[in-house]
Design a binder for this molecule. Structure first.
Ligand SMILES: O=P(O)(O)OC[C@H]1O[C@H](OP(=O)(O)OP(=O)(O)O)[C@H](O)[C@@H]1O
Ligand SMILES: O=c1[nH]c(=O)c2nc[nH]c2[nH]1
Length: 191
C-alpha cells in the first residue's frame, strides 16, 4: 500500500533491537484518516470472505481494528493481556510473549464473544516474530470459530512471523519491511 509506505518513509524511525518506531501515526499518536484508508484496503483484500468478527490484541492493535471494524461493519473484540474483575465467566486463554514489553502475558477473551459460527479476521499493527497472531489464532481455534485470515499494517519481513503465518492462513500485510538500518535510517520494502 503505497500511501502507507510513503508515511513510514517520512515518519518511521529505525531504533536498535529491530524496532521500527511509527508512533507519530500508528501506535501512539494515531492518524485516523490513514487508518480509514488502511481499513478500506483490508476490506478489498478480504472481499467476499463473509467476515463477521474482527479480533485483535491490546494495546496497539485496538485503534486500527476499530476503524477496520466500522468499514467491515462487524464487531471487534480485543484479547486482554490482564485478567480483570469485569470479565465474568469462562474465557479462552493462551500465553503470548510481548515483543516490546519483553514479558509473557496470559491473554484472554471471554467465551461470550467468540465461538462457533464466527468467521474471524485477525488485525494487528505489527507482525514480527508472530507471537501475538499465533496466540490469537489459537484462541479462535479453541473457540470453534473459523479463522479467515490476518490483516497486518506493518510486517517486518526479516523476522520469522510472516513465513510462519502464511503456512497457516491467508495473511495480508500492507507494508512489508525487508530490511532496515538503524545507522542510516534506510528502510527497504518488499515489492
Ligand atoms: O509478531 P510479534 O513478535 O508478536 O510482534 C507483534 C506484536 O508486538 C506488539 O505488541 P506489544 O505487546 O509489543 O505492544 P503493545 O502492548 O503496544 O501492543 C504489536 O502490537 C503486536 O501485537
Ligand atoms: O512499534 C513497534 N515497532 C516494532 O518494530 C514492533 N515489532 C513488534 N511490535 C512492534 N511495535
Amino acid at each position: 500500500m503505497e500511501l502507507l509506505k510513503e508515511r513510514i518513509r517520512k515518519d518511521g524511525v529505525v531504533k536498535e533491537g529491530n524496532v521500527l518506531k511509527v508512533d507519530r501515526f500508528l501506535n501512539h499518536q494515531m492518524d485516523v484518516k490513514l487508518f480509514r484508508e488502511i481499513g478500506k484496503e483490508l476490506k478489498k483484500r478480504f472481499e467476499g470472505e463473509n467476515i463477521n468478527k474482527i479480533l485483535t490484541i491490546e494495546a496497539s492493535g485496538i485503534g486500527i481494528a476499530c476503524i477496520a471494524a466500522e468499514i467491515f461493519d462487524v464487531p471487534v473484540v480485543f484479547a486482554k493481556k490482564t485478567q480483570t474483575k469485569n470479565i465474568a465467566g469462562d474465557v479462552y486463554t493462551t500465553k503470548v510473549e510481548s515483543y516490546t514489553h519483553g514479558r509473557v502475558y496470559d491473554i484472554i477473551v471471554s467465551k461470550e464473544f467468540l465461538g462457533e459460527g464466527d468467521r474471524v479476521l485477525l488485525i494487528d499493527d505489527f507482525l514480527a516474530n508472530g507471537k501475538a497472531l499465533e496466540g490469537l489464532a489459537k484462541l479462535v481455534k479453541d473457540s470453534g470459530a473459523e479463522l479467515v485470515g490476518a490483516g497486518v499494517v506493518i510486517e517486518k519481513g526479516f523476522q520469522p512471523g510472516g513465513d510462519f503465518l502464511r503456512k497457516q492462513t491467508h495473511l495480508e500485510s500492507l507494508a512489508i519491511v525487508d530490511s532496515m538500518d538503524e545507522k542510516t535510517g534506510e528502510i527497504t520494502f518488499r515489492e
